[in-house]
Design a protein around this ligand. Structure first.
Ligand SMILES: O=C(O)C(=O)[C@@H](O)CO
Ligand SMILES: [Mg+2]
Length: 260
């Protein structure tokens, strides 16, 4: 069975981060991952993870000006210095917290600006990969579906895979989020198998609701079985939006016959 991580960007969001870690551990998760935890002292996060016996996994680079619809800086020409500052910030935070990966966010790009944005992202990411690699950190690229995030730099695995191939550095991997892949592309099991050698982390939520994985059009028994069959040894991140409370929504663990 896969090993599950609690994504604290979506789970137990009604409390401070250190209490979220405690709640995840109490529920049985053995690892946690986060979105943008920068307001919390990373050493306190490291201590909380150690105290509760959970591994600390990944975080995201900052998004830029969220009020203007920004969702990452990596592919924005003219914002190179800001992106590198975001990478430096996330590397420093991840090291102090004991994390292992950084989701490097490219941002929202109009279709007509894609050629310039692609060149910028390749340059930016190449520098960032060397910086992260010096500390044993992996950079993750995550295609987001266009319903959730219109005009995001990539919405398909192919889009992220092309960037990885152009840069050719071993510590740049795909974040395979079953929710985004299901909405954008479908045929999830085939895609999982095809992209497995390039995957650095897996996340999941029901399609189309983004709720617990016990509803909707994806058979998560089959997904979790395939993750095992394909030899995935990493963590699988529960990144869903609970229908009601997080604790109340954990029934999927029993329903799907998995253990945390
Ligand atoms: O939205 C997702 O899916 C994520 O994994 C976030 O980290 C990025 O917005
Ligand atoms: Mg995700």
């Amino acid at each position: 069975m896969p090993r599950f991580s609690a994504n604290l960007g979506f789970l137990w969001t009604d409390r401070p981060l250190l209490d979220q870690i405690a709640a995840a551990a109490k529920a049985g998760f053995k690892a946690v991952e986060m979105h943008w935890p920068y307001d919390t002292d990373p050493k306190a996060v490291r201590d909380a993870c150690a105290r509760h016996g959970v591994a600390m996994l990944g975080i995201n680079t900052v998004r830029g000006d969220v009020s203007k619809g920004e969702n990452g800086l990596g592919a924005l020409p003219g914002r190179e210095a800001e992106f590198q500052a975001a990478i430096d910030q996330s590397i420093a935070w991840a090291i102090a917290a004991g994390g292992t990966s950084i989701h490097a966010m490219p941002g929202v790009v109009k279709p007509i600006d894609m050629p310039a944005a692609t060149g910028t992202f390749v340059e930016n990411l190449s520098i960032a990969a060397d910086k992260a690699g010096a500390h044993g950190l992996t950079l993750l690229l995550e295609p987001l579906n266009p319903r959730a995030m219109p005009n995001y730099f990539y919405s398909t695995l192919r889009g992220a895979g092309d960037i990885i191939a152009r840069i050719g550095k071993p510590n740049i991997k795909i974040m395979f989020d079953v929710f985004h892949v299901g909405v954008s592309e479908g045929d999830v099991l085939t895609k999982l198998e095809y992209w497995m050698p390039h995957i650095g982390h897996i996340q999941f939520a029901a399609v189309p609701s983004r709720a617990e994985p016990d509803e909707g059009e994806i058979d998560f028994r089959a997904i979790f079985k395939a993750i095992d069959r394909l030899g995935w040894k990493g963590w699988v991140g529960a990144e869903y939006k609970p229908r009601a409370g997080t604790d109340e929504g954990l029934g999927w663990v029993k329903t799907l016959g998995v253990t945390l």
